[in-house]
Design a protein around this ligand. Sequence first.
Ligand SMILES: Cc1ncc(COP(=O)(O)O)c(C=O)c1O
Length: 463
Amino acid sequence: MKSVPEPWRIKMVEPIKMTTKIQRQNALMEAGLNPFLLKAEDVFIDLLTDSGTGAMSDRQWASMFLGDESYAGSRSYYQLSQIVEEIFGYQYTIPVHQGRGAEQILFPCLVELAKEKGASEPVFLSNHHFDTTKAHAEMVGARVKDFICSSALQTNIPDDWKGNFDLESLANEINHNRKNIVAIVITITCNSVGGQPVSMENIRIAAAMARDSGIPVVIDAARFAENAYFIKRRDSHYSDTAISQIVKEIFDEADIFTMSAKKDGMVNIGGLCCFRNNESLFRKAQLRCVPMEGFVTYGGLAGRDMAAMTIGLQEALNEDHLHSRIAQVEYLGNQLQQAGIPIQTPVGGHAVFVDARKIFPDIRPENFPAQVLCNALYLESGVRATEIGSLMMGRDPVNGQQEPSLFELMRLTIPRRTYTDNHMSYVADSLIEVVKKAGTLRPLEFEYEPKVLRQFTARFREV
Ligand SMILES: Cc1ncc(COP(=O)(O)O)c(C=O)c1O
């Protein structure tokens, strides 16, 4: 494959340090065998998440000096709103501290609206809810249902659009349960199944179904630019269309978007909750913003954070950036595939997802095979990854049973503009070594199990 050079050069470096195996063993024991609880300085290459971990550009850093720190009516807010309107075509913007901030101010308003219209058992439908999205829906008494297409569940079968809805099942649910449906959430790209894109056609059809039934359409927009890039690359109708135009067309299909700007927004902190033209819902969400996030023109952010986001949203649309970013994820994925390591194929936009179920066929879901793999990779190399599987899925809020997880994946998540391809080769070499020793690794069980979002703070012991 032809190499793809990064469209930037490095102006400042941050040293990272390698640890010894003994140091890593001690650190992991102290962290209760949960890499989330490691101190970051004990990590060599941190692939836990692409969320808020990327490098900002010189333009973003420069813009921070011009941030307006006024409590109310900050110039930085109006500049951010203007860019949101230009890029997405949405009139009303609420800044929030990150993606879940948008969920916490929006979801109660949506559930209230659905109840006013007669919902007795409110439910959100999605291609796949992200874990905080699911948690926020459940915290306001709603349930969630995922309608991911079947090819997404078979990691070895290549399909360009594994983030797509299974439209038939979605239509069926709408026909049979219309009155209870709070909203349809289109997650682009679909993080939970491997950062997989949703096709324009699928977005259009799912949105039209919702529109025809009077159901609000919400885009969970964390990786909107990566999804647009995949549409450009994989859908021949769009091969000559600018990324900015594709983004417009996607967002034309929805009414509201929530965004963790820590991903394609290219900032270390920040998020958005935006409304195309529903002023009354916008006002309701603003009312919730004040006590939960902060005044409506800063939403938990400093003026300088909004200034950096304003530039980041524009840089996200740069095609050279998107090309080199996705090429780096592919570079890692290709090395693993060549060594016979099972991964979600094709690789997604922000991460390589390793299929731990295939590596540990004998470890049961409740003994968390992907967490076993994360721990072994850390011990081998100082590389930190994260589990996307039964641990993250959690328990059914009603009956307390472990919810069946579609996958047991280890996510190697690549921050934007942060690591080089040499770092990726080191990750690949280390994982190849770990997989050779798979038969010697032990399953895990809880030593401490939190009630919600348990992957962040759980502690484990080996069985
Ligand atoms: C698809 C998706 N939605 C929502 C969120 C929540 O965003 P945040 O972590 O900024 O609260 C994330 C975070 O990873 C995500 O990937």
